[in-house]
Write a protein that binds this ligand. Sequence first.
Ligand code: FAD
Length: 416
Amino acid sequence: MEHREVIVIGAGAAGMMAAITAARGGAKVTLIEKMEKAGRKIRITGKGRCNITNTKSWQEFSTHLHPNSRFLKHAFYSFDNTETVKFFEEIGLKTVIERGDRVFPLSGIASDVVDSLVNEINKLNIKVLYNTNVKDIDLTEGNIRSITAVSNGKRISLMADAFIIASGGLSYPLTGSTGDGYKFAEKCGHKITECFPSLTALMPVGYSSELIGLQLKNCEITLIAGKDIVQKEMGDLDFTNNGIEGSIGYKISRKAVKTLISGGKCSVSIDLKPAIDIETLTKRIEKEITELRGPFTSLLLQKLLPSQAIRPFMEMNNLSSDINKLLRSLDISGLAEILKNWQMDIDSFTSYERAVITAGGVSLDEIISKNMKSRLVQNLWFAGEIIDLDGDTGGYNLQIAFSTGFLAGKSATAGK
Ligand SMILES: Cc1cc2nc3c(=O)[nH]c(=O)nc-3n(C[C@H](O)[C@H](O)[C@H](O)COP(=O)(O)OP(=O)(O)OC[C@H]3O[C@@H](n4cnc5c(N)ncnc54)[C@H](O)[C@@H]3O)c2cc1C
């Protein structure tokens, strides 16, 4: 029997899944990776624990996808989050579901995910070319005829019946994701929707270094672009040396970065007491003031804020350290208002070197969502982060990689 030859560019989550699926379907597969190892990015996911997927139903899952969840629907139903868990359990990786329906390897070790994929790749006799950097593609009469790569210092040319580009985006370039695939896609005539870093830190104007290390649990953040409220999120916020991060910081970063790169202004408002309204908070502050044992604002704030937040909160809101002076310039409900509306203008963000994901990428208009095939080139497929599709934190991005990788691998093997 003639085996279809499939070349997969990139041994990340999407490329490895595509290669495994194609080999299981009977294709002769070559997987090309420019780094010395597969899955460098997977190894650092989920703070080293790898949040493989999220078990939410499609209805809920799809609300965490951008910019167009409908594009993933077919791929998701071909290989959904349940299939992902089953797949990993079958290749020997035990998993566990944690808070927020997030799935992790039971061992809590991200590299176990890579090892299980690489073992399966070896079992299926997939040829893997490490240290092999794809440099160019040769396009003849609407088909990719061959690709050129530099392999361990030598120039090589490789031919196949089908090519899957799974070379990732631009984020964390040290893992090998340096956006090479966009050039190949453009050469094939594909439009690249403007890329920008997402799930990344936002730096407020006048950010106090004393905030570094602070974690706020269950606060609410509102993103304001220009004068409009564009997003509200409730959850945990981390303050790091790069600014605001954490689950809700990341969630708002997509719209914030997009606003900033298009020249707009954006700010955030943090509600430090989202569970109570202004009136209740005002009454609570009044009561705390009657019990104060000194004339210092910090003594009052100790009752209301984590201690690490007190000085920066006072500094950034220009609050007098003398409570009597403070209450002459601001009534108690005014103080309650600031606690529920701590405003910070955002003037910059962390770029690709430490952004979790690249938003933008190969335009969805020119990829067939039913099989991940290019509408422009007969023997070309796409999978993973290179596509203009991204998700929130919580396992959504790896599921995008696995679903699109599976579908691309299956379809490239079938040739349709
Ligand atoms: C710090 C961090 C934590 C994350 N945590 C999570 C998480 O817990 N859960 C989750 O769902 N998502 C997480 N993500 C996102 C997730 O890791 C990515 O969305 C996913 O790995 C993308 O997979 P990919 O295969 O499309 O691309 P990549 O993983 O980027 O793989 C692309 C591969 O292609 C190779 N390559 C590139 N160009 C060439 C070339 N010219 N020739 C040969 N090879 C090439 C690269 O070396 C790389 O190995 C995290 C991301 C980061 C950065």
